[in-house]
Design a protein around this ligand. Structure first.
Ligand SMILES: *[C@@H]1O[C@H](CO)[C@@H](O)[C@H](O)[C@H]1NC(C)=O
Ligand SMILES: *[C@@H]1O[C@H](CO)[C@@H](O)[C@H](O)[C@H]1NC(C)=O
Ligand SMILES: *[C@@H]1O[C@H](CO)[C@@H](O)[C@H](O)[C@H]1NC(C)=O
Ligand SMILES: *[C@@H]1O[C@H](CO)[C@@H](O)[C@H](O)[C@H]1NC(C)=O
Ligand SMILES: *[C@@H]1O[C@H](CO)[C@@H](O)[C@H](O)[C@H]1NC(C)=O
Length: 483
């Protein structure tokens, strides 16, 4: 008897030691970030970074994430996973440029580590957010063979797997309401991810996820958005009535797959391209700023190459500094300098030797498999998930009218018709709600990345929606629909 009981206790002891070891190992998945180089003083928010392994071995399929706890009440506030578009742009973009608690300071680049400042309009005022580096090839995530991991369906599957594993490591968030958030290209995979999470819950996958809904900003949905660009640019006064009429007549609404024998349509499209080629489509009011990858020779005036000679080689000797008036490109540039700096990597707990050069976007070899996410919206609407679909109304890449068109095609009845919503007594945008629990909202003056150029409006919209109150909560309720 004695021996048996000793054995039992020894066995328990071994279990306890094993558990302790396991917890130690698993706690290495996430580490608290105390300071960020370039940010003055201790962080006024809670940031954790870490990896979640999805592969069979420790050196394969390591997904990197940034987790910012709600600055309000992390125990009660919802949890959101955010996926940036691209495909293949790191969610650090959303964290540092759109909805996170810090931003790059807009100041002349002198070759030193860029500075960071607080962003008061962070969505972490109302919820906790996981910013994830997926698909593989993006940000600090790594895999043995990145090429083999890059497609829509892999992205969907990896995000779902990541989320369940992350929740196992963070059981304190299991009961929080969960939302999926995404923008731009991720309007394609995000609804599929929500469906996979929902299906996983239905077949009893553990842990169960308290899925409530999703939100999408200027989301690519049908991949036919380019067709709607013609209408949109005409409506905004960027092409003439005559050219628009001719385009309609000759191309018959199809501007993507044009028959090479249709010479009249091709001719009109050439005129069209001339008209809009010097516009910044992501924000039609902004200065035209080519991507930083454009060869400097072609757009010499847009770059100040002289500065590159002054660079400290420990940062990036080949860097080309974009024109500072190209605000977002300049900020992207600063981010790239920052993320490639040794001290930033150390504070983020990046595993040494895993990523040589951090690039904000990696778009090579991505396999497009989902031609439209419309059917996913159909399915998710039927299941009753809440959805917020918002559009910056100055984006020509995914024009608001494209988005409204597919929402209308879901055939749900309107609950509250088109009306303005307000922030501090001015019209921040327009909104309409549908009986499938879907809210559509425009953000007036908003760009493709609305939360970047309209931060206060975007935060107000998000805070109201996530708390399940109407966007029109504040200010006079005006209905300006024709019903
Ligand atoms: C990586 O994956 C791609 C696509 O599946 C494959 O063609 C290639 O051979 C793989 N490379 C290696 C080194 O295994
Ligand atoms: C918006 O979309 C509808 C339906 O596709 C179309 O009839 C209408 O002309 C569009 N309006 C603008 C301003 O693009
Ligand atoms: C480059 O930066 C490093 C570290 O910040 C510094 O030690 C070094 O002196 C700098 N070199 C030049 C040429 O400025
Ligand atoms: C929508 O749901 C139906 C029924 O469960 C399923 O057969 C279909 O594949 C789903 N659509 C998509 C795009 O996944
Ligand atoms: C919406 O209604 C139209 C016209 O009745 C129909 O052709 C279409 O299939 C419907 N869409 C959905 C998603 O049910």
């Amino acid at each position: 008897m004695r021996t048996i009981s000793t054995m039992c206790c020894n066995f328990h002891l071994i279990l306890l030691i094993a558990l302790a070891l396991f917890l130690r190992i698993s706690s290495q998945h996430g580490s608290k970030v105390e300071v960020l180089p370039g940010f003055e003083g201790p962080l006024p928010f809670e940031l954790e970074t870490g990896y979640v392994g999805l592969g069979e071995t420790d050196d394969d399929l390591q997904v990197f994430y940034y987790f910012v706890k709600s600055e309000n009440d992390p125990q009660k506030d919802p949890l959101m996973l955010w996926l940036t578009g691209g495909p293949g742009c790191t969610s650090f973009s959303a964290l540092a440029f759109q909805i996170g608690p810090f931003a790059f300071k807009d100041e002349e680049y002198d070759g030193n580590l860029p500075n960071l400042i607080s962003r008061p309009e962070s969505w972490t005022k109302a919820c906790s957010i996981i910013f994830v580096d997926l698909p593989f090839g993006t940000g600090f995530s790594y895999a043995k063979n990145v090429t083999a991991q890059r497609s829509d369906s892999k992205l969907v599957h990896h995000t779902h797997q990541f989320l369940r594993k992350w929740l196992i490591d963070h059981p304190e968030f299991l009961s929080n309401e969960f939302y999926m958030g995404a923008d731009s290209y991720s309007g394609i995979p995000a609804p599929a991810i929500v469906q996979e999470i929902s299906n996983g819950n239905e077949i009893g996958l553990q842990p169960q996820i308290n899925l409530q809904g999703y939100l999408l900003g200027n989301p690519v949905t049908t991949r036919k958005e380019v067709n709607d660009r013609v209408q949109y640019t005409h409506g905004m006064g960027l092409i003439s009535d005559e050219l628009y009429a001719s385009l309609q007549r000759n191309c018959k609404g199809e501007y993507i797959n044009v028959d090479s024998r249709n010479k009249l349509c091709l001719r009109d499209l050439n005129y069209y391209d001339e008209c809009i080629s010097t516009l910044y489509l992501e924000n039609i009011l902004n200065r035209f700023c080519p991507e930083v990858v454009v060869t400097p020779k072609k757009h010499e005036a847009l770059y100040r190459r002289s500065l590159t000679q002054k660079f400290n080689t420990t940062i990036n000797s080949n860097a080309i500094v974009p024109d500072r008036r190209c605000k977002i490109n300049f900020a992207f540039f600063l981010a790239t300098q920052w993320a490639n700096h040794e001290s930033a990597r150390k504070s983020l707990h990046i595993r040494e030797g895993t990523i040589s050069k951090w690039e904000r976007c990696y778009k090579t070899d991505f396999e497009y498999q989902i031609s439209s996410s419309f059917e996913f919206h159909v399915n998710l609407s039927a299941k009753g998930y809440r959805a917020l679909i918002y559009s910056g109304d100055h984006d020509a890449v995914v024009p608001f009218n494209s988005t409204e068109t597919w929402i209308r095609a879901l055939n749900y009845s309107i609950v509250e018709d088109w009306r303005p919503w307000f922030l501090e007594n001015y019209v921040a945008g327009y909104t309409r709600t549908y009986s499938n629990q879907m809210t559509f909202a425009t953000v007036r003056g908003g760009a493709h990345l609305t939360s970047y150029n309209r931060p206060a409006e975007s935060l107000a919209m998000f805070t109201r929606w996530i708390a399940n109150v109407p966007l029109t909560e504040q200010g006079t309720i005006i209905s300006c629909s024709r019903h």
